[in-house]
Design a protein around this ligand. Structure first.
Ligand code: GAR
Length: 210
């Protein structure tokens, strides 16, 4: 089984969904630690309830972004995970952080990438007149929300949606989509081509959440 460190900044519902998926005996991964950049992140308590070790790396405890990332990298090196899952981690990782782990960092973003990367994604989808929204799990590369797509799921945008009601609807499909994507990657069921496209090698796992 692949050893996964999850990075969170907030409520940690995606991290929890991954941890619950990992409880299945045939799931090919385990969450071995949860890292947060926010001491107040609600997901820390959720991890502790499950007995998953947590570490907090608060940005303001470090003099610079490189020092902050160096502390996280050194904690990662002690654990030696196979994969890193960003699960509502609201900080952009530098190229120096990503490069040594390229192809091993997954992220979930609450839009149908490449549409609406970055912040305020739900309001931007509504303002653009979109009739569907969704979530994307992708490999992390240096560009924000730009890496190869592993799995996506779609939800409708309803006529009276606000950013909040849409975010809640998207979140309900994020959990299953992230678990499915992690299963695909951890089982070796995907391969990334030079052009950045992701090929699913296994037809058994449907990476489109129902
Ligand atoms: C999720 O909607 C996730 O997709 C989003 O933050 C939320 C975290 O919820 N991530 C981003 O916006 C990253 N750019 P959670 O803490 O309950 O998993």
């Amino acid at each position: 089984r692949k050893r996964v460190v999850a990075f969170i900044s907030g409520g940690g519902s995606n991290m929890l969904a991954l941890a619950k998926a990992c409880e299945a005996p045939d799931f090919p991964a385990d969450i071995v630690a949860v890292f947060s950049d926010k001491p107040e992140a609600g997901g820390l308590a959720k991890a502790e309830v499950l007995g998953i070790p947590t570490r907090v790396f608060e940005r303001k405890a470090y003099g610079s972004k490189p020092e902050h990332e160096a502390a996280i990298l050194s904690a990662l090196a002690e654990i030696g995970p196979d994969l890193i899952c960003l699960a509502g981690y609201m900080r952009l990782l530098s190229g120096d952080f990503i490069r040594p782990h390229e192809g091993k960092i997954l992220n979930i973003h609450p839009s149908l990438l490449p549409l609406f990367p970055g912040l305020h994604t739900h309001q931007r989808a509504i303002d653009a007149g979109m009739k569907v929204a969704g979530c994307t799990v992708h490999f992390v590369t240096e560009g924000m929300d730009e890496g190869p797509v592993i799995a996506q799921a779609v939800v409708p945008i309803l006529i009276d949606d606000t950013a909040e009601t849409l975010a809640a609807r998207v979140l309900t499909v994020e959990h299953q989509t992230y678990a499915t994507a992690l299963k695909l990657v951890a089982s070796g069921g995907v391969s990334v081509h030079a052009d950045g496209s992701v090929e699913r090698l296994s037809s058994e796992t449907d990476a489109t959440a129902k």
